[in-house]
Design a protein around this ligand. Structure first.
Ligand code: ATP
Ligand code: MG
Length: 444
């Protein structure tokens, strides 16, 4: 891709309306464009990153056996009246009337919709468990939309739903999602800590928020530092190993402010291990038993002729919020270098030819290198503009292209001037560069 032909509207300076670094950077490099309060268009750079995050989220849902569906954004008010949430949800819900004067709404979440799908399809315990998910736009008329896409009104969410016969089976499903969340955030090179959380309007009594540390986060957290040393590596999808894994995390005090209890915190955590800080909620999982299935009369036949309401949980990840959260975690503001993990970077590598007016050989060389890279599935952007060397490097650092090849005087013969964003240059052959990038990609 040639930079001169790309739709990447970069601003010279940070936009003054943005208060936190992710919002600043996203506007500065043209990842998003505000359309109205809390509502954004995603431009090529931002859209590419979000789609890559979405794909990792999807792969990790599939790995635990969840099945992807796609429910609509617009829902009928009928099912929300059945569950009792049509009134409870209040002003956050965007309500619409169609031409027949029917009350519709733009879905803020999908518990009712998915329960309605389930109940009309399955009647027997034999079909359970079922784990269903979709990745779809949501709308919540937030009272204070802010920080760009971090707290939007329209946002992109992965939400999953589990259906089981017994509480015990349902905990097994819950733990599968718990593991898949740890794996997902790890692949995005984020340290997301599971924290016991309140269930809020969703209801129920078992819930965890997954939070990454950031000064600009809106959640206040109280935690035991030792939780950061844990990993879920090696956990398989067996019931007992999943239980042990969750227990391992739950042994450490770790809550958001709604659940905070000073006495308990001080009793469970020694002073040197206490950490009180702020974080960003990137995921949230809930177990709420038969809250919706009872209200919406969703039961299955049990062996022996009895019937019971299905036990449900729901599991959300803020896919669009993650774009901002990763910037908050990875952007080196001082040096203006965005360190996207390679797995989600908008491009794998930048080719930076030093172009003179009368000499296009560097650009030709860049094009030739690009044809080889394409064969190896390496996605390159060629900066074919006639800016000087340092502003080209600055721009690629700001966009967050992890690797760069500079095609100038020092890239002679087979050896190319190669660098990782922000680090020193090395002279390497193209084969070696391809090997480095391919290996790095495979490790994720
Ligand atoms: P918050 O406490 O941040 O308002 P929530 O608890 O209301 O979020 P959930 O219903 O748990 O949100 O939604 C699941 C996930 O969707 C959240 O963990 C978050 O990552 C994302 N999310 C929720 N609201 C927004 C929003 N307004 N803008 C962007 N992402 C959001
Ligand atoms: Mg939440």
């Amino acid at each position: 891709m040639l930079l001169s032909k790309s739709f990447i509207p970069i601003l010279k300076n940070n936009p003054s309306e943005a208060k936190i670094k992710s919002h600043q950077l996203m506007l500065r490099v043209g990842m998003i464009k505000q359309s109205s309060a809390g509502i954004y268009s995603w431009l090529p750079l931002g859209f590419k990153v979000m789609k890559k995050i979405e794909s990792i989220v999807r792969q990790e849902q599939d790995k635990i056996g969840a099945q992807e569906i796609l429910m609509p954004t617009i829902q009928s008010s009928e099912i929300w009246k059945e569950s009792g949430r049509y009134d409870d949800y209040g002003e956050e819900m965007l309500r619409i009337k169609d031409r027949q004067n029917r009350e519709m709404l733009y879905g803020p979440t999908n518990e009712e919709q998915v329960t309605e799908i389930f109940r009309s399809s399955y009647k027997s315990y034999k079909s359970l468990p079922q784990l269903l998910y979709h990745i779809q736009w949501k709308f919540r008329d937030e009272i204070r939309p802010r920080f760009g896409i971090m707290r939007g009104r329209e946002f992109y969410m992965k939400d999953a739903y589990s259906f089981d016969v017994t509480d015990e089976d349902a905990f097994f499903s819950y733990n599968k999602f718990f593991l898949s969340y740890l794996r997902t955030f790890k692949r995005l090179s984020l340290t997301a800590i599971p924290m016991a959380a309140d269930t809020g309007p969703i209801g129920g009594n078992l819930s965890h928020e997954f939070i990454i540390l950031a000064d600009t986060g809106e959640s206040k957290i109280f935690t035991d530092k030792r939780i950061f040393d844990l990993t879920s590596d090696g956990t398989d999808l067996e019931k007992s190993s999943l239980e042990q894994m969750r227990k391992k995390y739950e042994q450490f005090y770790s809550v958001t402010d709604e659940k905070f209890n000073k006495e308990e915190f001080e009793k469970m955590v020694t002073e040197e291990n206490r950490l009180i800080t702020k974080g960003i909620e990137v995921g949230h999982i809930f177990y709420f038993g038969d809250k919706y299935s009872k209200a919406m009369d969703t039961a299955v036949d049990l062996p022996g002729g009895k019937k019971d309401f299905v036990k449900m949980g729901s599991y959300g990840i803020g896919v669009s919020r993650l774009v901002g959260a990763i910037i908050e975690a990875k952007y080196d503001e001082k040096n203006e270098i965005m360190k996207w993990p390679l797995s989600i970077a908008p491009y794998d590598i930048a080719l930076i030819p030093m172009i003179n007016k009368n000499d296009t050989s560097a650009l030709e060389k860049a094009n030739n290198i690009n044809s080889v890279l394409i064969k190896h599935n390496i996605d390159a952007i060629i900066d074919d503009t006639d800016e000087n060397y340092s502003s080209k490097i600055k721009k690629m650092n700001l966009i967050g292209v992890p690797y760069q090849i500079i095609i100038g005087k020092k890239s002679e013969g087979d050896l190319l001037e190669f660098k990782e964003a922000g680090l020193e240059t090395q002279n390497l052959t193209l084969d070696k560069i391809i090997e480095i990038i391919t290996k790095q990609k495979a490790s994720n």
